[in-house]
Design a protein around this ligand. Structure first.
Ligand SMILES: NC(=O)C1=CN([C@@H]2O[C@H](COP(=O)(O)OP(=O)(O)OC[C@H]3O[C@@H](n4cnc5c(N)ncnc54)[C@H](O)[C@@H]3O)[C@@H](O)[C@H]2O)[C@@H](O)CC1
Ligand SMILES: [K+]
Length: 487
């Protein structure tokens, strides 16, 4: 699991080391780690053209010291100082000693010919969008030839939330120090940060336990254990699906198929799409009756394509009245938003899976801080909230959160959500803790999207088809296999 630490948590850990007089050492570790990544990205230092965008704080100091190391190896480094009087004095001296050039925002910045541009405008001390001069040069960097690399955080991105208010530096790579900040992997910030590289500067022993995490393939593999010699189809957890309708069986077919393909134990289906489900998945146990007629299950998935009329409402209420984990998706979310008490009173885990518009039906729009929004709704309802997005966020009522790392825009296809709820239901039936299980489902769904998309544009049924392959690859240590950039 990768811990995501806020700016305040990173500063608190740094304070311990600063109190011990380690300030210079911290910045040297940061700058050296940064220079190493830049060298790797450049392939060579000698003759490479590097522009540093340097703000008034320590983030600029990191850029100057890293620039000095590159200059010492023969790179042609130009530092653009936004506030010449406040630029990090020791960093500036080091750059000058190594032969780097220094200019102002109106000077010869080299951006038109740069091989690499380092954004040291602001780091975790930044507030709000970039100011005019910085915004102008960030825009030129984004459209120029140089590979854009952000120091610690892309300037203009809120390190804690990923919110971008105004202009920000669009990085292809971000080299971050001490811990991955949430804003690099969630919301708009994810798009500005690009590939995240984590440099260890020795903060780990002093960091508070993270309240937000990213799962890796290895974490998710633990949810995908193959059956043991003593397992039978019941002992592995049976999932029940209430979804679809006689007129629209598609959602039920996708959801049931995804559940079957994720953990081939038992899947039971109850509802009016019974004929369609039976035809598509002879392996499922199907009834056209009520959930109570389906037989024993260990978790329910309710919602995709089930409608929102009185019948659907009574089916949802029946499922939510059980003491089993329930996934509340799609039409069931619409009904739960109308009657949140259906969810609030439950003692067994409930996982709600809204996208932004569904989330808003519960009263408040998502806004720029997706993790906090998910946490707020989770605490209000006493349920796990899986807020879908490019980086899906999962929050538990106690504030524990997960940000998914495997999302891809290819997943934005009709029926993709039905597949996710089937995957999630089948993992929940195994009885593992709901929030991490929801995060594991989002991870697996994203991996399936990546694998399916490698062959071209995808349909939701392609996701179902590649699930067994995806499970196998994630179990087999897929990170390397699938080109996980990681931190
Ligand atoms: N504290 C430490 O010991 C370490 C800090 N490190 C670096 O230091 C950074 C934090 O340094 P600071 O606390 O000095 O803060 P920053 O360098 O992140 O930013 C502070 C400066 O930026 C200005 N500023 C704020 N918002 C702005 C905006 N929207 N547009 C333009 N300017 C803006 C402020 O007026 C202030 O001068 C980290 O992100 C990291 O890069 C690393 O060197 C590791 C060690
Ligand atoms: K920065």
């Amino acid at each position: 699991m990768i811990g995501l630490s806020t700016a305040a948590e990173v500063r608190a850990a740094e304070d311990v080391l600063l109190a011990a007089g380690r300030e210079g050492a911290l910045m040297q570790r940061a700058a050296t780690g940064l220079a190493v990544v830049c060298l790797r990205l450049l392939g060579r230092a000698h003759g490479a053209r590097v522009t540093l965008l340097v703000g008034a704080g320590n983030n600029g100091g990191d850029a100057l010291f890293a620039g000095a190391q590159l200059a010492a190896r023969g790179a042609r480094v130009t530092a653009v100082l936004f506030d010449a009087d406040r630029a990090h004095p020791a960093g500036l001296a080091a750059l000058r000693r190594a032969g780097g050039r220094v200019t102002g925002p109106e000077g010869p910045d080299g951006l038109d010919r740069a091989d690499l541009v380092l954004d040291g405008i602001v780091g975790i001390g930044g507030r709000g969008g970039l100011r005019t001069e910085a915004a102008r040069l960030a825009e030129r960097a984004a459209t120029g030839p140089g590979l854009t690399v952000a120091v610690d955080v892309p300037s203009g991105v809120d390190a804690d939330t990923g919110a971008v208010e105004g202009a920000a530096f669009a990085a292809v790579h971000t080299v971050t120090f001490g811990a991955v900040k949430p804003g690099l992997v969630v919301g708009e910030g994810r798009g500005y940060a690009g590939t995240v590289h984590l440099v260890d500067i020795g903060l780990a022993p002093h960091l508070a336990p993270a309240r937000a995490h990213q799962l890796t393939d290895a974490d998710v593999a633990a949810h995908l254990e193959p059956p043991g010699p003593t397992d039978d189809k019941y002992s592995r957890g049976v999932v029940g699906v209430v979804a679809g309708s006689a007129v629209y069986p598609g959602a039920a077919v996708l959801c049931t198929g995804a559940a079957l393909r994720t953990r081939p134990g038992l899947v039971r289906y109850a509802g009016t799409a019974a004929d369609g489900v039976r035809a598509a998945w002879p392996e499922a146990i199907v009834t056209d009756g009520r959930p109570g007629d389906a037989g024993r299950v260990q978790a329910w998935v309710a919602g995709p394509g089930m409608g929102t009329d009185d019948d659907a409402r009574s089916v949802l209420a029946e499922v939510l009245a059980t003491d089993l984990p329930v996934v509340v998706d799609a039409d069931a979310l619409t009904m739960a938003a109308r009657e949140p008490d259906l969810v609030r009173g439950r003692t067994a885990p409930t996982v709600l899976t809204p996208h932004d518009r569904e989330f808003e039906r519960f009263g408040v729009p998502v806004g720029g801080d997706r993790i906090s929004s998910a946490r707020r709704l989770a605490a209000d309802l006493g349920a796990v909230v899986l807020l879908k997005g490019d980086a899906t966020v999962v929050a538990a009522p106690d504030g524990t959160a997960f940000v998914n790392a495997t999302g891809t825009s290819d997943l934005a296809t009709a029926g993709s959500g039905d597949v996710l709820s089937g995957v999630l239901g089948s993992l929940l039936a195994a009885g593992t803790p709901a929030a991490e299980t929801a995060a594991a489902a989002a991870h697996l769904h994203g991996r399936a999207g990546q694998i399916a998309a490698a062959r071209g544009p995808i349909l939701a049924s392609d996701l179902v088809r590649v699930l067994p392959d995806t499970v196998g690859r994630v179990r087999g240590g897929g990170d390397a296999l699938l080109g996980h950039s990681g931190a």
